[in-house]
Design a protein around this ligand. Sequence first.
Ligand SMILES: Cc1cc2nc3c(=O)[nH]c(=O)nc-3n(C[C@H](O)[C@H](O)[C@H](O)COP(=O)(O)O)c2cc1C
Length: 217
Amino acid sequence: MTEYEAIFARHSVRKYKSDPIEPEKAAILRDRIEKINAETGLSIKLFLDEPGAFEGNKPSYGSFSGCRNYIMMAAEKGRDEDIGYYGESLVLLAQTLGLNTCWVALTFEKKAVEAPVGCRIYDLIALGYGQTQGVPHRSKPVEKLYKSDGEVPEWFLRGMEAAALAPTAINQQRFLFVYKNGKVSCKALFGPCSKTDLGIVKYHFELGAGRKLAELG
Ligand SMILES: Cc1cc2nc3c(=O)[nH]c(=O)nc-3n(C[C@H](O)[C@H](O)[C@H](O)COP(=O)(O)O)c2cc1C
């Protein structure tokens, strides 16, 4: 499975089997995490067989069971968008390895996870073999997720289709792409975690469109 194909296969999974993550797969994830940390200064770390973060289950939002592994997404303040962008690259990499995931900003046991010095924990990404593959989320129609000054090219629509499939906090999809004079921009609208969501949807858009947003602005 390619990372692009993983966009279609990925859904949030909150109930996990007890099967451990194989050392080869953990090594692939650690390798990518090391590269990202070195390039970006983020403090991402993989934790295996550490169920504590999902044992103080709060029923008000999401409901996890059997989750023993996670990726801690930490950084200094103000890195929300990078957390989303690089975290989603790990989510899709995990999916290509046959693993399931769920971004978690709220419903984990904060006391069980310690932030690295000078950093805050933005999110955990729950990780493992799901009891199911999850289900597709309800999405706003793609036309509601962008504005344009006329007809948009095929690659832009492929980017938007991928963005609509991206995970967002509480499935809020609080982002807006703009196609104007042949240029593309994207902004976060008001909502919880919407800056992290922005990084996530940008990563999806680029994979779908086959172009980097930095070259389209
Ligand atoms: C930044 C972020 C934070 C999230 N926080 C939580 C959370 O605290 N608990 C939870 O159960 N799900 C959480 N989610 C998962 C979303 O509810 C989920 O992505 C959304 O409903 C869309 O569903 P899908 O991921 O299956 O496509 C979070 C997702 C994102 C992107």
